[in-house]
Design a protein. Structure first.
Length: 272
């Protein structure tokens, strides 16, 4: 299975429409891949919270969905188009950070609304509503488990994705450079604990005064880094063997030893 991660540079000197056209051309050039992955919020920029409302679009039917549908069809690939700012139903509907997965015939097959919103009551956390559904996307070669950026810090979600059949964990992100070591560490941890491939596609460039980490990464079910991008815009292409997931889980059956349903502990009382 051939996967291509498109690490897109998001900079202030490029309009959203120009970037949309440029990215569509990059996707169209990936004919021969089985799966193409884009980063989080690559249209407006993950940290450009002041652009969320103006850049919000319906799903389906928005300009990014339409462009990505055409690009997936042109290349004949499954396309995880990263995420967009989705405007929910109604003129004043809630905003969501929503991932889009297209089939090779250009059909929007799966969407995932980001569950964990970043910002600690500011930015995304204040402006966007939370998703509530755990989403997998069955492809002919393997089943994808969908997560986005800040989700990477919450292993509970990935346990649920594994239980739902995920073999490849796909994580588009707009991760900041100042926490790049966390990005690599957490991506490897999710691969090892889930015994699954991790395809983590980040953003490059500097946008809204935030330097982005880049360093998209592909990790196998043993935690081995198969490929890693640098800090700039880059296409990362890797051949994977989905059968390795099942083999790893059979050879080292750690997942069967999980102890589930433990009662929530009562916090210990502080000193009197």
């Amino acid at each position: 299975m051939r996967v291509s991660l498109l690490q897109i540079a998001v900079n202030n000197n490029e309009t959203v429409e120009s970037r949309r056209v440029r990215v569509a051309a990059l996707v169209s050039a990936q004919a021969g891949a089985d799966l193409v992955v884009l980063p989080e919020l690559w249209t407006v920029g993950a940290f450009a919270a002041d652009l969320y409302h103006a850049g919000a679009e319906p799903v389906p039917g928005g300009p990014t969905a339409e462009a990505m549908s055409a690009a997936a069809l042109d290349a004949g690939v499954w396309l995880h188009a990263g995420s967009v700012v989705e405007r929910g139903a109604g003129q004043d509907g809630p905003l969501y950070n929503t991932s889009l997965v297209f089939s090779p015939d250009g059909e929007l097959r799966h969407t995932y609304r980001k569950i964990h919103r970043f910002g600690f009551d500011r930015g995304e956390a204040a402006l966007m509503a939370a998703g509530h559904e755990v989403v997998t996307a069955p492809l002919p070669q393997a089943t994808l488990g969908l997560a986005t950026c800040y989700d990477l810090r919450f292993p509970e979600l990935f346990r649920l994705l594994v239980d739902a059949g995920a073999q490849l964990l796909v994580i588009p992100a707009g991760w900041p450079a100042r926490r790049r070591e966390h990005w690599t560490l957490l991506a490897r941890a999710r691969a090892v604990e889930s015994q699954a491939y991790v395809l983590a596609c980040g953003t490059a460039g500097t946008h809204a005064d935030v330097e982005l980490a880049g360093h998209s990464i592909v990790i196998d079910p043993w935690g081995v880094v198969l490929a890693e991008a640098g800090p700039g815009e880059e296409v990362l292409t890797v051949d994977l063997d989905p059968a390795l997931v099942g083999k790893t889980r059979a050879d080292f059956p750690v997942l069967r030893d999980r102890v589930l349903g433990m009662p929530t502990p009562t916090p210990a009382a502080g000193p009197s």
